[in-house]
Ligand binder design. Sequence first.
Ligand code: ATP
Ligand code: MG
Length: 419
Amino acid sequence: MRQSILFTKTIKESPKDEKSVNARLLVRAGFVDKLMAGVYSFLPLGFLVLKKIENIIREEMNSIGGQEILMPTLQPRANWMTTGRWEKMDDLFKVKDASRKDFALGATHEEVIVPLVKKFVSSYNDLPLYVYQIQNKFRMELRAKSGLLRGKEFMMKDLYSFHLTEKDLDGYYEKVKAAYIKIFKRVGIWKKTHLTFASGGSFSKYSQEFQTISDGGEDIIFVCKNCNQAINREIFDEVKICPNCRRKDFNEEKAIEVGNIFKLMNKYSKPFDLFVLDEKGRKKEVVMGTYGIGLGRIMGTVVEVCHDEKGIIWPEEIAPFHFHLIQAGQGSKTEKIARRIYDDLQKSGFAVLYDDRKGKSLGEKLVDADLIGVPVRVLLSDRTLNANSAEVKLRSKKETELIRLPALNKFLVSRKLYV
Ligand code: ATP
Ligand code: MG
């Protein structure tokens, strides 16, 4: 993409109404725009990152047998009455139509998926079944001060699994756990992420959270100094001892819950009377699991974890572009060479942000490049061209390297660059 046609611009000053690191950097660099507290537009750069995260999640969900669907946001009150959550769920958005009829805006989708599955599933042969979607959720979050970490409208991947037996659910729960670890590795935050025991006593065996250690986090977790097992605050207050190694020595850390996995058992199959007939024709209640990941929250978390004083440092797999090609000076020779590098890299299958803007100094372009955070910067200036070279720099490192033009494309596309 040519930067001269990108309609968004970087912003020098931190927006006054943003406190969190992720929102300040993402707004300044032109990835997102705040419409109101907890509600953001994804601009071209941000949309590219969001789609990369989405595709990683989709690949990993498909690899564990997930079937993708898309369910509606607008939902009938009756379904939420059936589960009791019309009254009980504090953060449920409720809207009325012109005839004063009530609807919920989906905060989660058990109320839609269970009756949907009931229409198609009636025999034990139909199980197990794994269905997921990637879709916007609405929640009346009161403390929407953390940028993309806590939206009132936010993108979530929600997977629901349906099983004949608890044992089968247990097996699938472990598969989802492994898929989640792959996702957090690929988006670049696994090293700081702990699989954490969640919510209360014996219930903890039914639910785990993925918590990424970060000062921007709203949660507190306790990480065992001996075995690295993490526990969230609720359960810690109850047990005060590592459930894994029985030691009592913990580090207290701020963390962001980036995902969670939950055995629902019959919590929602019961109210909707979702059952199948087993091989002997007996009625058996279906047991379920639910597994969520917030896409915007991942994007915000990556920024919280991967940045420096100059801007964002995107992990390779979710970066908006592979290369940021910067053309300094307007000489026709420089431009010709820059365009050739741009075309060659794209032909080799790489995404390039090409800073071809006129009327911007080299200094301004470099400041923007650091803010935007593309992993590899390729600079063409009079100085480098005098040496028939381009200067290559990783966003994450200080050193620069001059590479001679005839060898540039080969050098850039070789994977060696990233290690
Ligand atoms: P929290 O305790 O942070 O409010 P939650 O327990 O309500 O999270 P779930 O309902 O389990 O979260 O949602 C699944 C995932 O969706 C979370 O792990 C998180 O990644 C994401 N998520 C939840 N609420 C938000 C939100 N308001 N904004 C962005 N992402 C969210
Ligand atoms: Mg919540």
